[in-house]
Design a protein around this ligand. Structure first.
Ligand code: C5P
Length: 400
């Protein structure tokens, strides 16, 4: 939620401008206040009426009204905003911003803005790759402007390559991360999160897996990133969307073995680990090279224990703060406490399968957290995003 946040969106004359009403809606839906500024050429791509309707605010475009001579106060707009987003940013406006031109309202507002500025350049692939564009992007970065990389894909010219504006949701995520990072309490911390299921291959087409979706771990990664931490998410097969934050990187893995390798490579340099992955305890001892044919009435398969990634990390931790998850069906507290001790954890999050609305696939979860001092903190049934906030707050308070 961005309740009360003031978002100024500048739109320049590129075809991707047609997606900006969707971006405005995302902010409005999340309770932010939105105002839009158009360059003169942008209104050929998206109408002021559309933007005024979705933002519920008048749209600004001219430095002054030609009929009345009334002046639009660009300084006021720049001071009003908590963040100024310019998307799409054409090569032309980009070059003007790099040089400090001020021949329209959007540019004068940029020059007088005191808030963070986020831009999403979008243009044809050759323009995007041109040395002058690259130099202009560099200049903006030196001015502390946050620049989103253009995406690759089909372009308005019919060509295909890098130059597309990131999707509205990605721009929204990036803006949210910038707004939160100002108040982030974990700015210098590196956080490692495991999430999702693992798939253990039987043959080229089959696997042993589980119903984990990765929702809880992704919500945690997002929350840690919003607190300003440098987050690495090691994610098993999951179809969930991951927010596009510059301080959140994702490593995709399939099997427990791959997840283990990824954790081993990174654990030493981390400050905090939160392991929420539903790792398969066993894998087929051998993976058949070809698809296993059905023949006999029964099929016996030998399974081998997977490495316990959390236990390895607990055994190999120095100063790190390590959190594990426990999903229990009986004697929950005792089992979780035993896990906390034997895996050398600082805290364990217990979710009971006995509670309605908790566990795999649900958008809600009910947890208890137990720490090293055996203090048990119970939380109510909440949305996973709120559960993630509670876990992050807990970790921040419990850090040594
Ligand atoms: O022992 P159990 O599997 O119940 O422990 C669950 C916790 O251990 C979770 O935090 C899970 O991510 C982690 N785990 C792991 N590697 C395994 C099994 C579990 O990291 N092989």
């Amino acid at each position: 939620m961005l309740e009360g946040k003031r978002i100024l969106i500048g739109i320049t004359g590129g075809i991707a401008a047609y997606k900006i009403p969707e971006l405005v809606r995302l902010f409005v839906k999340n309770q932010a206040e939105v105002r839009c500024i158009l360059t003169p050429s942008a209104s050929a791509f998206v109408t002021p009426l559309t933007l005024a309707t979705v933002s519920k605010n008048p749209v600004a475009s001219e430095l002054f009204d030609a009929k009345t001579g009334q002046w639009t106060n660009h300084v006021e707009l720049g001071l009003w905003a908590d963040i100024f987003i310019i998307a799409p940013l054409t090569a032309s406006s980009l070059s003007k911003m790099a040089l400090g031109h001020s021949d329209n309202l959007l540019l004068t507002t940029f020059l007088s803005a005191k808030c963070p500025v986020l831009v999403a350049p979008a243009m044809d692939l050759d323009m995007y790759a041109h040395t002058s564009t690259l130099e202009n992007i560099d200049k903006l970065k030196k001015m502390n402007v946050h620049v989103m990389d253009a995406k690759s894909g089909e372009l308005a010219s019919g060509l295909s390559g890098q130059g597309r504006m990131p999707e509205p949701q990605e721009i929204y995520d990036q803006a949210e991360a910038i707004l939160y990072s100002k108040t982030g309490r974990l700015k210098n911390k590196r956080v490692l999160i495991t999430a999702g299921p693992t798939y253990e291959a039987l043959d080229p087409v089959r696997f042993i897996g589980n119903h984990s979706t990765g929702k809880m771990g992704i919500a945690l990664a997002k929350q840690f990133a919003l607190e300003g931490a440098q987050v690495t998410l090691i994610l098993g097969p999951s179809k969930e969307n991951i927010p596009a934050y510059s301080n959140l990187s994702v490593t995709r893995v399939e099997s427990a073995e791959e997840m283990f390798c990824a954790v081993q490579a990174l654990w030493k340099q981390m400050d905090i680990g939160v392991f929420s992955a539903a790792v398969a305890d066993y894998k087929p001892t051998t993976k058949a090279e070809n698809k296993i044919k059905k023949s006999d009435a029964t099929l016996t398969m030998e399974l081998t224990k997977n490495p316990d990634i959390l236990a390895w990390s607990g055994a190999n931790k120095t100063e790190q703060y390590l959190v594990g998850f426990a999903l229990e069906t009986n004697n929950e507290i005792e089992h979780a406490q035993a896990k906390l001790a034997c895996k050398n954890l600082d805290a364990i999050v217990l979710n009971s399968l006995n509670n309605a609305g908790t566990g795999f696939g649900y958008d809600t979860n009910q947890i208890s957290v137990i720490n090293k001092a055996n203090k048990i903190t119970n939380f109510e049934l909440l949305k996973k995003s709120q559960v993630a906030k509670n876990i992050v707050n807990y970790v921040i308070q419990d850090l040594p």
